[in-house]
Unconditional design. Structure first.
Lengths: 150, 133
């Protein structure tokens, strides 16, 4: 029996976005060069835009996701893992929109961090004009619960 | 590296090296990510939070290094799937090396183990990927 309350029940919370995300050619070039890579000449964007586009255009900000989980973003959420499955490559100049949801929020105790909540959420990136997702990503964040560490 | 016929499980992928992780890149990525978290921008904030005395690289940049390693190893490849775990922070000034090893080849589909190491602290990011070459 754990000596702390369970995490807030937030599974199923929608992260559908209304914003349109467009991968700008100049920004893609700058991003590629910032990591030591020349931008592709065939119109494809750097695949890391899977993370950027879904984070920027999801229906809540990072702080908003934390707030849903009753966690203050100032307490320092940490990335645990990130996975992506691409159906198509991402294209410069293409308009995209995001759908998604929180999958789970599980409270655990770790030796290193004490009590923490493990947040898993799924986002999908779709062409803005409609159609199947071009990618699906699952991200896991660790939310350290310092206030429950005693 | 070349086509699927010449590669096999156990082959190492050429490393992709970042000689010194740049705080200027972190500043640029705070714009790309629309996330002005000061631990990536302000050393004093990092110190105040007890997280060390250097700015902390944004996690997605570390994933991008791994992707760059794959794309450099297989020019023109398409990443089909990728998973990565964040094991430790990467700090400004770190020398980071992305590397990988092929675990399976099925037709033009190549599976790999990936890791990002920093000098002196070992593996800070590890994962797997499947690419189409």
């Amino acid at each position: 029996m754990e000596d702390f309350l369970p995490a807030p029940d937030v599974a199923g919370t929608s992260l559908d976005g209304t914003a349109i995300f467009t991968i700008d050619a100049d920004e893609n070039a700058a991003l590629c060069k910032s990591t030591g890579l020349e931008p592709a000449s065939d119109g494809t964007a750097h695949p890391i835009y899977y993370y950027i586009a879904t984070q920027v255009a999801m229906g809540k900000s990072v702080a908003g996701v934390c707030e849903t989980c009753e966690f203050d973003v100032e307490d320092g959420p940490m990335m645990g893992s990130s996975g992506v499955r691409f159906a198509q490559q991402l294209m410069v100049g293409q308009d995209y929109r995001v759908t998604g949801e929180i999958l789970s929020l599980v409270r655990k105790k770790s030796r290193k961090l004490g009590v923490m909540d493990v947040l898993t959420y799924r986002l999908r990136l779709h062409p803005a004009e409609g159609g199947d997702a071009v990618l699906e990503t699952d991200n896991v964040w660790v939310l350290p619960r310092k206030e429950l560490a005693a | 590296m070349t086509g699927a016929s010449s590669i096999k499980a156990g082959d190492s992928l050429p490393p992709f090296v970042i000689e010194s992780v740049s705080p200027d890149t972190m500043r640029d990525w705070s714009v790309f990510l629309a996330d002005p978290n000061p631990i990536h921008l302000d050393v004093e904030v990092v110190k105040a939070k007890g997280l060390g005395d250097k700015r902390i690289n944004q996690g997605p940049i570390n994933v991008a290094y791994l992707m760059n390693m794959l794309m450099a190893a297989f020019p023109g490849c398409r990443i089909e799937s990728m998973d990565s775990r964040f094991l430790d922070n990467v700090y400004e000034g770190d020398r980071a090396v992305a590397s990988g090893e092929i675990t399976a080849v099925e037709g033009n589909r190549v599976s790999c183990d990936l890791k990002l190491d920093v000098d002196g602290r070992g593996t800070v990011n590890a994962g797997t990927a499947t690419i189409i070459i």
